[in-house]
Design a protein around this ligand. Structure first.
Ligand code: CTP
Length: 413
């Protein structure tokens, strides 16, 4: 995601997770963002303005600056400057101030003097987070659309407790920052339920051996994040993965294509869009041994059979408001085979992506694609982060006209 020159204001409040935000500021600056930082007095007890000024390559502001006789009030300057304000970590105290519109320091005054989207990443002890009054403040702010949330996670806390309250990881906060800069905080998928599939399927012929492929699910993860950050309700059906599904989505783990098919078919009637980013194994061994086969008993050839075509099956019961989107991971020419799949599987759109180009395809952080729809539109997305590609695909799918009355030109059957 290109965030070069984008204006991100980071507000840090007094929690131990403040040290992790140094890393976030450093990453944003390295990505070319224009980052400014302001610290509350509590934050200054944990980290210094010097650290943040050095990492952000800009002056880091504190409450001491708030009271300086500047030509223009600093909170107005910063509030007008920011495209996005991130408060991480957010303490119970600052959460309460925001929930009640209080403004008694540089940060809370800047919040009220700004109109940009705000990303909040609370972090506190579990008992503090679970206090009814803290939860009420959390809920109260959820009704205000400018606030977006990187909710705390469960884990071991600095107080040696295990529970919810740990700040979302800088990696997750960074992805959300990138999404919010892309969408400018719009929740344009708020009324949509997306069913996304990700990663590979494994077709076992005994408990330890299988037919599979190298898909890691990163494209599906990026799609789930992009949709979630734009307000969608997301169900992610995924094969084996080495990452944690994002908080706030429903994740359903499967192993085989048959299991993926069963979940997709049962979820399909209640969703608006399906995006099949999974690399489904096309074939499975005809025979399965529930016991591990000794090496000497391994067959010299494997009898194979085709697994069901999940997208093809979903298309049979598709409602006019639903959108069915596939991926065609190809080598060599990408567009003709992708168009054939669009037609054969009766899809609304397909993302044709080359897997034989440097830096794109299985396991990479980036991807490139040509989006095709059955009206004949083509949109080419050059090599970008998978999160960027995911947002671009959401944009493309949103502009597909309703199936009723749409030209079936590309559907020969
Ligand atoms: N797909 C599916 N069910 C399968 C195989 C694939 O729903 N059994 C979906 C994939 O998730 C992808 C799209 O269909 O969104 C295209 O998958 P791809 O593997 O490229 O195409 P195939 O139909 O398997 O054709 P081929 O392997 O011959 O290229």
């Amino acid at each position: 995601m290109n965030i070069q020159g984008r204006r991100v204001l980071i507000g840090i409040t007094g929690g131990i997770a403040a040290y992790k935000v140094c890393d976030l500021v450093s990453t944003l600056a390295k990505l070319g963002a224009n980052v400014r930082v302001l610290l509350t007095r509590g934050a200054e007890a944990f980290i210094t303005p010097l650290t943040l000024a050095t990492l952000s390559r800009q002056t880091a502001f504190t409450d001491a600056d708030f009271w300086q006789p500047l030509p223009r009030p600093l909170h107005i300057e910063l509030g007008e400057w920011a495209e996005l304000l991130v408060i991480a970590p957010l303490t119970a105290n600052t959460l309460a101030k925001l929930a009640h519109g209080l403004a008694d320091n540089l940060l809370t005054n800047t919040v009220l003097a700004s109109t940009c989207p705000i990303l909040l990443a609370p972090a506190m002890n579990t008992d503090m987070w679970e206090q009814p009054v803290v939860q009420q403040n959390h809920q109260r702010l959820q009704t205000q659309l400018r606030y977006h949330w990187a909710d705390p996670e469960a884990g071991i806390l600095a107080c040696d407790r295990v529970g919810t309250g740990r700040m979302a990881t800088p990696t997750k906060i960074l992805a959300q920052i990138q999404s919010l800069l892309y969408s400018q905080g719009q929740r344009d998928l708020a009324n949509k339920h997306l069913l996304i599939s990700a990663a590979s399927t494994r077709e076992h012929f005994d408990p330890v051996r299988f037919i599979g492929n190298p898909a890691t699910g990163k494209m599906g993860l990026a799609l789930a994040q992009a949709a979630l950050h734009r307000g969608a309700n997301v169900t992610l059906v995924h094969g084996p993965i080495s990452w944690e599904p994002p908080q706030g989505i429903t994740a359903i783990a499967i192993t085989s294509a048959a299991q993926m098919r069963q979940v997709m078919v049962s979820q399909f009637p209640t969703v608006d869009w399906v995006i099949m980013a999974a690399a489904v194994a096309d074939v499975k061994p005809r025979h399965y041994s529930p016991e591990k086969l000794p090496k000497r008993s391994l067959p010299s050839t494997l009898e194979l059979e085709l697994v069901p075509d999940i997208l093809g099956e979903l298309s049979i019961n598709k409602q006019p408001h639903q959108r069915l989107v596939g991926f065609a991971a190809q080598t060599g020419e990408i567009i003709p085979p992708a168009l054939a799949k669009l037609q054969q599987k009766h899809l609304d759109a397909i993302a044709a992506n080359p897997i034989d180009q440097p830096d794109s395809g299985f396991g990479s952080e980036q991807n490139q694609a040509v989006f095709l729809d059955r009206q004949g539109r083509q949109t080419t997305i050059p090599l970008v982060s998978k999160l960027h590609l995911a947002h671009a695909l959401c944009d493309f799918v949103q502009t597909i006209p309703d199936a009723v009355g749409a030209s079936p030109a590309l559907w020969g059957n």
